[in-house]
Design a protein around this ligand. Structure first.
Ligand code: AMP
Length: 114
């Protein structure tokens, strides 16, 4: 059996996280290495490797995740905009193989990303 990712361990309660939102389908917690004053990760509880790992049966979950981004932003009091990032695969810069949406806010973000 493949080794659990760090995010699966968080879902299973084996590793602590600073949780900001949870429902039956997903979990949001502060990133341990924040790249902005607010940097939260939103993950599905279902084990999906990344956006490329979605299949047609995940359409409801994919929509739920995007709708939840805004709920989390409201909960965190973000009023001046935010960025949502999903790093996908090697060239996307993904380091944890469990789908996660970065929610970044609290400073002026620049474009393009590195
Ligand atoms: P990515 O590089 O897109 O795969 O993002 C993985 C993110 O997970 C990075 O921003 C890490 O700082 C973050 N991270 C890794 N381990 C933990 C953890 N135990 N709790 C919270 N965030 C984590």
């Amino acid at each position: 059996m493949a080794e659990k990712t760090i995010f699966k361990k968080i879902i299973d309660g084996e590793i602590k996280a600073d949780v900001v939102y949870e429902d039956e389908l997903c979990l949001a917690f502060h990133d341990v290495s924040p790249q902005a004053p607010i940097h939260v990760l939103l993950i599905p509880k279902k084990e999906i490797v990344n956006v490329a790992g979605f299949d047609d049966s995940d359409s409801q979950l994919a929509g739920h995740l995007l709708l939840t981004v805004n709920k989390v932003a409201e909960k965190l009091g973000i009023t001046n905009g935010y960025r949502v990032v999903a790093n996908c695969g090697v060239e996307g810069g993904q380091s944890v193989d469990h789908l996660h949406l970065h929610i970044l806010a609290g400073r002026q973000l620049t474009w393009p990303p590195g």
